[in-house]
Design a protein around this ligand. Structure first.
Ligand code: ZN
Length: 369
């Protein structure tokens, strides 16, 4: 089945909505946060642990899997779900963002992008058609159109060319994309220029994708500017299709995105932070390697019900991080993903009970950094 999206309830005071996204691998309740599993694994987690954290959908990176182990090998294994034994839904990105952010040696024209692998320097060329071939082979529930992501800051001319190219590439992606159990989302580009965003969104919506992403944000622009761009872009996207804000995962930004009508988010932040010892708590971020936690025998967050907080002390966690033990990453990631999962559940409950703004205010008044 291709995906189906249903808005269950609209927020009265904001643009937020409570929704359900039906996929071949389960029903996803939105707004949702998608942990990133770059190399067909959410680092330090087993799929069973992710299930226990009520993770409904993960994101995987086509670019990395294309280079290693190769999309054909994954197709041979029976697709990405089977290869990594993940029973929930998967979204794969198109590789556009990685090609533009990781590769210094990329050359771009209307046909596509040539670049050298960051692993072994080998030469590759990715076109919209190739990006579709890769994602269809991986077989995720949701695939993304191949786009050109511009950096911040960038001149208007450069951004306009990239936005036009993104639209032309979206058309080409749509022409070649086919998959019984896979839906293709379009990506709105246009940098921080409101007129370009609106024009790009309008043209993209005419192509009638089953969902739309807002790309090219959270690339270094001030947060306030990101919210302004969301304010001007979201109204041009259809109400009956899911909206996905790419690369955004800070709790504050998720709340701002949700109130502006975004349904899906992804970011490496919670998992990457966890591996670096930066852990979310109800009162803000905490750096567990700080010396003051050396003999702190209280839980990481006494309000948290995760496995880590229920069973281990700050002193023990700090010891694991200081000794660079593998368990540090696992326990830290379990906690940070539980925190995200719980935040999204709380947002959905607040939406259901018509108290999203009150929840947002309360959360932000406690979560101080
Ligand atoms: Zn916890």
């Amino acid at each position: 089945m291709t995906i189906k999206f249903e808005v269950i309830k609209d927020s009265k005071k904001t643009k937020a909505r409570l929704g359900k996204l039906f996929t071949h691998h389960g029903v996803i309740e939105t707004p949702v946060f998608m942990p990133v599993g770059t190399q067909a694994t959410v680092k330090a987690m087993t799929p069973r642990e992710l299930e226990d954290l009520d993770i409904q959908i993960i994101l995987s990176n086509s670019y990395h899997l294309f280079l290693r182990p190769g999309h054909n090998l994954i197709a041979q294994a029976g697709g990405l779900h089977k290869f990594m034994d993940w029973k929930g839904a998967i979204l794969t990105d198109s590789g556009g963002f990685q090609v533009f952010s990781l590769e210094k040696l990329n050359k771009i024209n209307d046909e596509g992008v040539s670049f050298n692998s960051h692993i072994d320097g080998s030469k590759h060329f990715v076109s919209p058609e190739k990006a579709m071939e890769v994602q269809m082979a991986l077989g995720a529930d949701i695939a993304m159109a191949f786009d050109e992501c511009t950096p911040y800051p960038a001149g208007k001319y450069q951004v306009e060319i990239a936005a036009q190219r993104t639209f032309q590439w979206a058309k080409r992606c749509k022409e070649v994309h086919h998959g019984l159990n896979q839906s293709l989302f379009g990506i709105v580009q246009g940098g921080t220029f409101k007129d370009l965003r609106i024009e790009n969104a309008k043209k993209l919506v005419e192509l009638d994708f089953p969902g739309y992403a807002i790309g090219g944000l959270s690339v270094g622009e001030p947060k306030s500017l990101m919210y302004e761009i969301l304010d001007c872009t979201v109204p041009w996207l259809p109400n009956n299709k899911p909206r996905y804000l790419m690369g955004v995962g800070a709790p504050q930004s998720i709340l701002e995105g949700v109130t502006r009508g975004v349904d899906m988010f992804d970011c490496v932040l919670p998992t990457r932070n966890a591996r670096n010892g930066s852990l979310f708590t109800s009162s803000g971020k905490l750096s567990i390697t700080n010396a003051k936690y050396k003999d702190d025998f209280t839980p990481l967050d006494n309000k948290c019900k995760c496995y880590t907080c229920q069973n281990f002390t700050r002193a023990y966690l700090r010891h694991l991080y200081m000794s660079k033990e593998m368990l540090a990453s696992t326990l830290g990631t379990i906690h940070n993903l539980y925190f995200m999962s719980f935040l999204m559940k709380s947002i959905r409950l607040a939406l259901l009970e018509d108290r999203l703004l009150e929840f947002k205010e309360e959360f932000l008044s406690n979560f101080l950094n």
